[in-house]
Design a protein around this ligand. Sequence first.
Ligand code: CTP
Length: 397
Amino acid sequence: MSKIVIGVSSSISIYKSCEVIRLFQEKGYEVQVVMTENASRFISPVLFKALTGKPALVDLFKEGISEHIQHVHLADEAVLFVVAPATANVIAKMASGISDDFLTTFYTAAASPVLIAPAMNERMYLCRSNQANMERLKAAGVRFVEAEQGYLACGKQGYGRLASVREIVSQGELLIQKTQSLKGRTILVTGGPTREYLDSVRFLTNRSSGKMGFELAEEAKRRGAKVVLISGPTHMIPHPEVQFIPVETADQMGEQVMKHFEQSDAVIMAAAVCDYKFSKKAAGKIKKKNLPLEIQLSRTEDILEKIGTMKKDKICVGFAAEVEDIEKNAKNKLTRKNLDLIVANDISGKETGFESEFNDVFIIHRSGKILPTGKKSKLEISKDIMDEVEVLIERKN
Ligand code: CTP
């Protein structure tokens, strides 16, 4: 039976968490409750024990519950973490990574999707710091069931009411389904820049941080795919369950893409592959006095264009970094390289694109359908791209 962890914090709407538990149980899930100390003043953990058959976890240091490091062990087992109701305080702690009780520590250890259903007074809900904290969590991939408008415990009408139990449970189920949506598929992602060496120390490269490719790889992994990530040098840390292949040059990247292409259902070329390499590479370090002032370059092979000619039923996704006529240029690139999807971004924007946490892209289909994402974190953009890739894979099979 799949296990859902339900985090309960101290809002007046806490009594509705019992219905959330019941509904998940009716749908066949095993539920483990974790609650804050303050929540245990509203409702005794004994009630949750009676509902779930397991002690509600409140204290991180309580002895004798389990021989495992419990928050980590639970994080390995859970298919979903739902915080309902979530107070402004819990949201703030989660947004800044404070882990001072079981619930917040569990969040930092969670490996599953996370869903938050806030509930509080309207002024607290709309308070700028609460809104900023929610935005921060959204940018980190946490999903929200937005609070509703209606009668509040303070006696007024307004925003801040806990979403309906049905809405919370159905959004939770959708998130669980998403973790399986690419099961059995293999997704090949490239990321980062390439380095083209003149000698053993000097090279040509570009400003790519690798962030987009790494986020895409992680998102595909979260959806249950087998993921191969081929990347040029970056400071990013790959997801431990992603097959990571570090490369340096465009030639090495091309070689690895060819090696893994056949087994893949989709290839996403997010790498900023250098278009040029030095025609000759010296074995050691060229002495300054011997450095030529004019250096011969040659074109690297266009990996994406090559796989576009041999793709058959595979989905090929490219990126287009543009400064003008974004849509037109990207569409031309899509046709020229025989792609299914192209992600076009305007690299003239200062706050998005290269070396930024954010991006603002157009996802363009071969059919001409265009989806503008607006400015979002690269993690959120990777979800948008993967949603489209998923549909295209389904359609081909
Ligand atoms: N690409 C590739 N192999 C190369 C160069 C680029 O596979 N040698 C891929 C990139 O990974 C990206 C897409 O092709 O998915 C970018 O296409 P490209 O034609 O290089 O576009 P821009 O870099 O935007 O260049 P330009 O607009 O100058 O043509």
